[in-house]
Design a protein around this ligand. Sequence first.
Ligand SMILES: *Cc1c(COP(=O)(O)O)cnc(C)c1O
Length: 362
Amino acid sequence: MGKRAYNFNAGPAALPLEVLERAQAEFVEFQGTGMSIMEMSHRGAVYESVHNEAQERLLGLLGNPSGYKTLFLQGGASTQFAMIPMNLLPQGRKAGYVMTGSWASKAAKEAKLIGDVYTAASTESDKYTRVPSQSELEIQGDTAYVHITSNETIEGTQFAEYPDTGGVPLIADLSSDIFCRPLEIEKFGMIYAGAQKNLGPSGVTVVVAREELLAAEAKNIPAVFRYNTHLSNNSLYNTPPSFSIYMVNQTLRWIEEQGGLQGIEEKNRAKAQLLYKEIDGSGGFYSGVAQESSRSIMNVTFRLGSEELDKAFAKESERQGFVGLKGHRSVGGLRASIYNAVPRENVEALADFMRDFVKRNG
Ligand SMILES: *Cc1c(COP(=O)(O)O)cnc(C)c1O
């Protein structure tokens, strides 16, 4: 095998090498069935046991909370931006959206097409360089749910602590930070995440929610967009993305092997610290995009003194084998996405490169 790249892609992103190798070992023939898992019926016992195992691992990592169910859906987190209000925002009620950046804005934009949406808090005036504090949150009467984006992948901010919504169901987009640290699921009515950042390949979206939210009657929307359709069919209403779900199961197993969510968190914090240390210790050569208290441990965003230097950094890093460091076009600068599967050695190599770059250009 050739050398694995220093992959800092934002999504789809690095997968654990062990997961890829295990998948490779049973890619052509799955457990003595004479076929790949991609070739078998999703109604058969072999696939169903993988499907159910992935659900059990998901809930297991969350401490097997009572009253919560998990779904495997398609269409990415973006489809959840629409399905959430379609299912959970009835006429006569409102939804509060916490505006923290690009993904929160997209979620709110979709919800506005469906129902009555208001801004429960916003950090737009700070250019989304931080998440709001509890005291900034204003929840109106008749609010069906409050929506937050746990980690803003593009700006590089993350909630260190989740807001208290005082009994109003809290719904969170965890696409870019699910299972990067322990999660108190009981604080949430629903969480959801596209798999392609921290859980596996693209193609499947994971939803974990209180059963009563998923079971709600939603008669006037097509069956495939109703949560209760998927709940009552164990996410097998139509053909699921079976290979993606298989990969999610493998990735969850790998997370368990890393010491579960606590073990993963320790590793993630240490990795993030390596990069923030370079930023803060550079005497102003690098500046972090996010305010310190809102810094993400998944997406480290930073800038150099000028756009020319940003470009030079991006270009030179590419030549040295680093992939995906250019910031999102909407914010510019640089971004290192250091999801669960990014090995510490790769982050160390980037920290070394950053230090060396200062020496040559500072
Ligand atoms: C990537 C991302 C999305 C979009 O996910 P898709 O699966 O492409 O629809 C939504 N929210 C956040 C926070 C993301 O990082």
